[in-house]
Design a protein around this ligand. Structure first.
Ligand code: GAP
Length: 430
């Protein structure tokens, strides 16, 4: 945003339009992402997450909360209102500068306007263009309520809105988007160290959600291309099917925001270090991650086609942590009550490990596997007559109480006891 033309950008890779079409099609077919308001012809720049997408999104956000907030002693959470006093956006510089050029060169402010109140009382407000605003305005509340020691940070996940002139590339450039943001408050002299720490954590997060290190590249944003509040910005770029583009950003926002809000609101926003009696306006490091761009990057890097049994198979090689369904349990035949009963038991047992254990007894087993492959389910478990023991079939005695475990990426099937399968699933999603 903020007029980044990236003159120092790396060369854009050849676009793979075909791959993009396949991802969009799979996302719809399997319930990950649907066009917004589709039955009315859609609304540009809006998409809805379907049953698989919403769980995948929650998995990503939960992992982010764990790594960026909960595993740390120096992080706090907030969930601020989307509608804020418009003075916030005046002080932050968004009313003056949050603009993109239109075709005729005129500048267009991309903040969405709406109004609050009625009649004489009506006034214009904006839908927040970044979640950061609600963090800065709560800085003092968090300090007063919890007395955190410097350095500390505030994390928030939430919607942001931008009236993009040209929304495009599926969920890459949206008008309604979701951000996972941290504002990390430091002593002015400590900013470089904090910048490096968050930079490392962002790479660890990329790895944790299953993005290969080779597909995430850092780009030092040049002077003149950075947002007005930033003294240093690194864009984390990803090789999307339409080229290498910004996935996330890491910015050094200096004391720009707290100083501006302090001045505009008349509220003291400096920090008093009780040990040294030092008083200063904290400087800020901001790792900002778009959820939708993360999802598109994950779908892009996980999309696979191979040949299985003489047919082209499509599957998503999702990290088990992120996969919406961790395993699917299936009776070999749905019209054999003894198999169904046993399979139900096995499913209930595995649900003690994780609730997202699907049930599928529709169609032949091959079709069931293919459906799970397309949503990235790492394991499929089948209960057959051998599971029940030799008295029920020609099966071998030593296979009693064992099930087949099929691995998504290879299609390889192994025989395990239910507790061994439970252990495998537990280890994979840890
Ligand atoms: N608070 C800083 C900030 O908002 P930004 O670079 O404008 O900085 C941060 O946005 C992240 O939000 C981006 O790196 C991207 O992941 C996501 N993002 C920004 N605009 C977006 C859009 N129109 N659609 C989807 N995601 C977007």
């Amino acid at each position: 945003m903020f007029l980044r033309m990236h003159p120092c950008n790396n060369p854009i890779l050849m676009a793979d339009i075909n791959l993009m079409e396949k991802i969009v099609s799979l996302a719809k077919r399997r319930g990950f992402v649907f066009p917004g308001s589709e039955i009315y012809g859609g609304l540009a720049g809006t998409y809805d997450y379907g049953p698989m997408g919403v769980v995948m999104k929650e998995n990503i956000e939960r992992l982010w909360l764990q790594m960026f907030r909960d595993d740390r002693d120096d992080m706090y959470g907030v969930d601020a209102a989307i509608l804020m006093n418009p003075k916030v956006w005046e002080a932050s510089g968004h009313i003056q500068t949050f603009a993109d050029p239109m075709a005729d060169g005129k500048m267009f402010n991309t903040m969405f306007k709406t109004s609050v109140g009625a009649g004489e009382e009506v006034s214009t407000v904006y839908l927040r263009p970044e979640t950061a605003g609600g963090i800065f305005t709560n800085y003092k509340n968090v300090v007063d309520a919890l007395h955190p020691k410097m350095p500390f940070g505030i994390a928030q996940i939430g919607k942001a809105f931008r009236n993009e002139i040209a929304p495009r590339d599926f969920i890459f450039r949206l008008r309604e988007l979701e951000q996972m943001e941290v504002e990390y408050f430091v002593k002015p002299s400590d900013w470089e160290q904090a910048f490096e720490e968050w930079r490392k954590l962002m790479h660890l997060f990329a790895e944790a959600v299953g993005l290969p290190q080779t597909s995430v590249h850092e780009l030092e944003v040049c002077d003149g291309d950075r947002a007005h509040y930033s003294k240093r910005t690194i864009d984390f770029e990803f090789e999307y099917p339409f080229g290498r583009k910004e996935l996330w950003g890491l910015a050094y926002r200096t004391d720009f925001d707290l100083s501006a809000h302090s001045k505009a609101s008349g509220t003291e926003l400096s920090y008093l270090d009780e040990e040294t009696s030092e008083k200063f306006i904290p400087h800020v490091i901001e790792p900002s991650l778009g959820v939708d761009r993360t999802i598109l990057a994950i779908l892009t890097s996980a999309y696979r086609e191979d040949d299985m049994g003489g047919e082209t198979r499509t599957y998503l090689a999702l990290s088990p942590k992120i996969a919406p369904v961790k395993a699917m349990v299936s009776p070999l035949l749905k019209n054999k009550p003894e198999l169904v009963l046993k399979a139900r038991e096995v499913r209930a047992e595995l649900q003690k490990v994780h609730s997202a254990i699907a049930w599928d007894d529709n169609g032949n087993i091959g079709k069931r596997y293919r459906r799970q492959d397309e949503i990235g389910t790492p394991f499929c478990i089948t209960i057959d007559f051998d599971t029940l023991g030799p008295s029920n079939s020609s099966g071998q005695a030593n296979l009693k109480e064992t099930v087949t475990l099929r691995h998504r990426d290879t299609g390889v099937q192994e025989r395990f006891t239910v507790s061994q399968v439970a252990k495998r699933i537990r280890e994979a999603i840890l």
